[in-house]
Design a protein around this ligand. Structure first.
Ligand code: FES
Ligand SMILES: [Fe+2]
Length: 377
């Protein structure tokens, strides 16, 4: 009989001490997606986002993008309490200390408190998407996620100019690793995701390649191409009817299905997906507690307003593929917390080819976690 090592011990999904260590050793030292450059395209535009257990803000300071901890240097109130803002300067809502968009304190209501600056955070872009890293020591984004930007731009050249067209969120009662492991394996796809495996990808062609911090998913379109890519509809997409080209102009092969499906997961909790037809969407998973994770699912088209067909795709995806996983991950979370659970074997293809019959990528994620945690837990 083949020796099949099991997965992570259950405590990695249930122990608050492990979760606290992950905030320090994973989320405070990794590149985490917080949005897209188009959300801060103009001077004064500000977004906030959670990175592990921290809040960060990204501001357009007279054309220069700055990322910093979202924390007032007086007594710790959050500087910006909304998801987006348009500001000339940042005034704390507690005692009204006021900062420039570069994070420098401008005034403390007339008191001289010396030079004060909100600690900055590293910020880099990847095909237009904004990533931050709280650690000064980590490798740069390009070195951490090699090939991802080139891969995305080859598939969707205008990705840096896309805008936020839809955002859907859902809080799951599951550990973030249960959710991320589920996302990164398609062993469950034929059993769980009928719409995805019949309408978006040809399951037999699904391949998952894990390397370093990146897990790349790719698949061909099904024999009956996805409804939103069918020829003839593309030209009408600008009128709000027909297919969902990523760009309404439907230029060149941009609206076709021939480009298949491709997704890049960047450890620990971000993914950028290209559906057939240059449709770009993203996942961000925010760990809220050892057994709670917030999903932020966003769609990036060329205008903020969805066409009818785009709107249908967004809701079909949510109601089918995404929602199908909610029940799965919450059930797994209850299961790993059970006295009746010991980690079962992972099904690994020894050739390294990971498709809909194997879970090599789950093993890879677990290696990444253990390497990050070291002796911390
Ligand atoms: S905590 Fe911000 S001004 Fe006091
Ligand atoms: Fe799934």
């Amino acid at each position: 009989m083949t020796e099949r090592p099991g997965g992570l011990a259950a405590r990695y999904y249930t122990d608050g001490g492990v979760f606290a260590a992950e905030m320090d050793w994973v989320f405070a030292r990794s590149w985490v997606m917080v949005g897209h450059a188009s959300e801060v395209a103009e001077p004064g535009m500000v977004i906030t986002a959670r990175v592990g257990d921290e809040s960060v803000l990204v501001a357009n300071d007279a054309g220069q993008l700055r990322a910093m901890f979202n924390v007032c240097q007086h007594r710790g109130h959050e500087l910006v309490t909304s998801e987006t803002a348009r500001l000339d300067r940042i005034t704390c809502g507690y005692h009204a200390w006021t900062y420039g968009l570069d994070g420098r304190l401008l005034h403390a209501r007339g008191e001289d408190v010396g030079d004060v600056c909100v600690p900055r955070v590293r910020l880099e872009t990847l095909a237009g998407f904004l990533f931050v890293n709280l650690s000064a020591e980590s490798a740069g984004l390009a070195a951490t996620a090699p090939g991802v930007q080139d891969g995305l731009l080859a598939r969707v050249p205008d990705a840096p100019r896309r805008v936020l067209s839809a955002r859907l969120t859902h809080e799951m009662r599951a550990n973030w690793k249960v959710v991320v492991e589920n996302y990164n394996e398609c062993y469950h796809c034929p059993n769980v995701h009928k719409w995805f495996t019949s309408g978006v990808v040809a399951p037999g062609s699904y391949r998952i390649a894990s390397g370093g911090s990146v897990i790349r998913h790719a698949a061909e379109v099904p024999s009956q191409p996805p409804a939103w890519t069918r020829t003839g509809d593309v030209e009408t997409s600008g009128a709000g009817q027909g297919a969902v080209a990523g760009t309404r102009s439907g230029s060149g092969d941009g609206g076709g299905a021939g480009d298949g499906y491709e997704a890049y997961f960047v450890w620990p909790a971000s993914a950028i997906q290209c559906y057939p037809g240059q449709v770009v969407n993203t996942f961000r998973w925010v760990p809220l507690a050892v057994d709670r994770t917030l999903l932020i699912r966003e769609w990036w088209f060329d205008t903020a307003d969805l066409t009818e067909a785009q709107s249908r795709l967004v809701s079909d995806d949510w109601e089918n593929t995404v929602a199908e996983d909610f029940g799965i991950v919450e059930s797994v979370q209850r299961g790993v917390a059970s006295r009746g659970y010991t980690p079962g074997p992972l099904i690994e293809d020894p050739s390294g080819v990971c498709g809909v019959h194997s879970e090599n990528s789950v093993r890879h994620l677990q290696h990444l976690l253990l390497a990050s945690l070291g002796a911390a837990v």
